[in-house]
Design a binder for this molecule. Structure first.
Ligand code: TEU
Length: 589
């Protein structure tokens, strides 16, 4: 095993100043021509990532897995899936990343395992298996015959569609899976399960990884009664969230985990919690440093604003809703706790297609949206390809989709009578596969991703949208991300400053002020494809002489009075020093 001296890890709270880059290993870089991205491929691109200026890499799951949900179904936590390489490759990646000052955060999926994990195979052996209580097995509903419609132990639906229970005819019982039947939920109430997870995590930390992104970690505790949930109007299944979301035991399990796994080791390893459905109150608890649970959360509120209750239903984002949501989170975690900042990841469509204008203003909208996001308080996440303005894929029929969520949703919705075209329209815009097409390194046929045949087709826009054509090009999306990341590293007000979101009701202008000591930043962006008047902002006149520290406007330089009108997707950040209050003694730093 290779070792490296990762002294930066000892710097307290490094993640609060950091920008995290998310790699989806299948789709990043393929080194061996099998059409699937792999670890040596990532190693070959580390210089690109270091040059972008990010601090840490979140690596999507590379553990051994049948790949029913692209690795979010683990069959061996202590090995690397052969499609991605070997454990030695991972050690090499960690060492090479550390040599460039990049930390490695592993994705860890421990709410559930694969149904092919030896733990589940053993658990399924019979009701008297020594591992039976490692998962959530229940008999059929009283009086019902197992395996018949409606005999499930409760009425919950799974996240991907269909029931949350699968029947095992051999034992006559059902097992719970909040996701696909290939992803049975572990029983965290069982101390043996927790001890096994702790041991496995310690094993990884001893291989020098810098932390974990814990998948759906706020789902791990379940009310043992597993009662029926309320059925939403027009819905088919009950909503079980009241029995598995943010239960008090999750906090206990996380404290125990930090105590047993992380506290025993030197340095600060990062725990990022993916927490779908979490509210501000629980997020504060999870990330209050004095409680010793998570360091930051990935919350979902803003990512749900343009969706209907059914996952394929799109409704256009109303900008005031986004401001209200982010405002609530910024205020709610201002004194205690920490949030992540993201607009895209492997579960979300491409931001430039979803919120921007990929057809007419790709560069401008990608950079404007990034500017807005990165000027908030929290740790920004950049999802691979976002820094190039990569867009959604032009999907045709359902046969073009690969994702278990898309396929299950399509199947369950259409068999319940929903018009297939309606489901397809939603999946084309919001489906997760959009984020999973190969990274566009250059303008060649397969985008420089592979010399073979890629597991998903490369977006046909690859000739115009690729890294080679943007690197070092002033004003490119890539260049703008580099400058945004650098701004966070050089301007403490971006990291620590308090946040005031202005113009809460304006439908297209996003504006905010950051303040730290005597530094004040004003960020203004027109998030629309039409020229828009800029309403007055507080201290309007004082901003006239402010320095422009970042702009996506290649044409005119607006130094001087604030512009009266903003061009489509125009975005900039100005900085000024506030006059010292008369009581200032000169001791502040
Ligand atoms: O995602 C959790 C989650 O909430 C997603 O199901 C999300 O709601 C959905 O994808 C939005 O369309 C995590 C992983 O990030 C995801 O890739 C996995 O499929 C899921 O957990 C199960 O492990």
């Amino acid at each position: 095993m290779s070792r490296s001296t990762n002294t930066v890890r000892h710097c307290p709270e490094w993640w609060r100043r950091a920008v995290v880059y998310q790699i989806y290993p299948r789709s990043f870089a393929d080194s061996d021509g099998d059409g699937i991205g792999d670890l040596p491929g990532i190693i070959g691109r580390l210089d690109y990532l270091a040059d972008l200026g990010v601090d840490a890499l979140w690596l999507g799951p590379v553990h051994r897995s049948p790949q029913a949900d692209n690795g979010y179904d683990v069959s061996d936590y202590q090995d690397v899936d052969p499609i991605f390489g070997t454990l030695a490759d991972l050690d090499e990646l960690v060492a090479q990343a550390h040599a460039r000052g990049l930390r490695i955060i592993l994705d860890l999926v421990v709410n559930h395992t694969s149904d092919e994990h030896p733990w589940f195979v053993e658990s399924s052996a019979g009701t008297d298996s020594s591992r039976r209580a490692w998962y959530l097995w229940r008999p059929p509903r009283a009086g019902a015959v197992g395996g018949t419609p409606g005999a499930e132990p409760n009425n919950w639906g799974s996240a991907f569609g269909g029931p949350a229970w699968t029947f095992d005819p051999a034992s006559g019982e059902y097992y719970l899976h909040l996701f696909s039947p290939k992803q049975p939920d572990l029983n965290w109430a069982n101390p043996e399960v927790r001890a096994a997870v702790h041991a496995m995590m310690g094993w990884w930390l001893d291989r020098d990884v810098d932390g974990f992104r814990l998948d759906v970690i706020n789902h791990i505790a379940k009310d043992p009664e597993l009662p029926d949930g309320p059925v939403p109007a027009g819905g088919r299944y009950g909503d079980g969230r009241g029995s598995y979301l943010d239960l008090p035991e999750v906090h206990d399990y996380l404290r125990e985990l930090r105590e047993r796994v992380l506290s025993a080791r030197p340095g600060h390893h990062l725990l990022i919690g993916e927490t779908p459905g979490v509210g501000v109150r629980d997020a504060r608890r999870y990330t209050d440093p004095t409680r010793g649970e998570l360091d930051l959360v990935i919350e979902f509120e803003h990512a749900e604003l343009d969706r209907g209750r059914e996952r394929w239903v799109h409704r256009p984002l109303a900008l005031p809703d986004l401001k209200a949501s982010w405002s609530r989170w910024q205020t709610g975690l201002a004194d205690v706790g920490w949030n992540s900042l993201y607009l895209s990841n492997h579960d979300q469509a491409r931001l430039v297609s979803r919120y921007g204008d990929a057809a007419r203003h790709r560069r401008e909208s990608a950079t404007a949206l990034a500017t807005v996001l990165h000027l908030h308080r929290g740790t920004p996440f950049v999802y691979q390809g976002e820094e190039l303005g990569m867009a959604n894929f032009p999907f045709g029929g359902i046969e073009d989709f690969r994702d278990v969520e898309a396929l299950t949703l399509f199947q369950t919705a259409t068999s319940a009578g929903v018009d297939p075209d309606e489901v397809l329209a939603g999946l084309r815009l919001l489906g997760r596969d959009n984020a999973r097409t190969p990274f566009q390194w250059d303008g060649s046929e397969h985008g420089g991703f592979t010399t073979g045949s890629p597991w998903m087709p490369v977006n046909p826009d690859v000739r115009e949208v690729n890294a080679a054509s943007q690197l070092g090009v002033p004003g490119s999306v890539h260049d703008h991300y580099r400058r945004l990341i650098a701004l966070r590293h050089t301007e403490p007000a971006v990291v620590w400053g308090d946040v005031t979101i202005l113009l809460p009701d304006h439908p297209s202008v996003y504006a905010l002020v950051r303040r730290l000591d005597d530094t004040e930043l004003l960020m203004v962006a027109n998030l629309s494809s039409t020229a828009t008047a800029l309403p007055a902002v507080p201290d309007q006149g004082a901003w006239a002489e402010a320095e422009i520290v970042l702009t996506n406007d290649l044409g005119t330089n607006h130094r001087g009075p604030l512009p009266v009108s903003l061009r489509p997707w125009e975005a900039w950040v100005r900085r000024r020093r506030r006059p010292r209050p008369s009581s200032w003694t000169g001791t502040s730093t």
